[in-house]
Design a protein around this ligand. Sequence first.
Ligand SMILES: [Zn+2]
Length: 202
Amino acid sequence: MEYQGVKFETIFQSEDPEFDERIEDLKYWCSIFEHNDLAPLHPDGSYGNLSYRDKSNSDEFIITCSGAYITNNMDLDSFVRVTDIDIIRNRVYSRGKRKPSSESFLHFLIYQNRKEINAIFHGHSSAILSAPKSLGLPCTKSRKEYGTIVLAENVINVLDDHDFLILKEHGFLALGKTMRKAGKLSLDILKKTQKEKNNENS
Ligand SMILES: [Zn+2]
């Protein structure tokens, strides 16, 4: 999947995203994603994007920027706040120095549809993508182009109340009431897929 940047227009509202202390948790989970090869590098950044909902009564969220290198040493400029999205006009309103993640539509629609969810981690992992059917992981029905509203809607169609979903031939989504839950779920599924594979090979 070749990365070509974001597919929407960004409306910058301010350079200051106004983070609270939870930005440190998001940085921590970015480092865990890198460490476990859940956000592999491409020539212009890392695959994957991680976010948390700002307040329980809003759909604003803090997310990794477009073209972020997801590492254990990210600076604050690599995170931005998405304040609103206009799907009809293909616009994302944001605060911060850089453009929000190309998958901002996806995060936005999930936060709108799942009010109990406060963290969304999207990663890429060949181990998880090739997980055996026996694990019963839910999956989108068809492959869609990254960063499109079509992909976001494709996810919403099958998301139901799942907290984990495979994006067919693309990556995965882990959702949680907290970042810790979304992060632990990602690691648990990774462990399970590796264990299944070892069983198959033995
Ligand atoms: Zn992706």
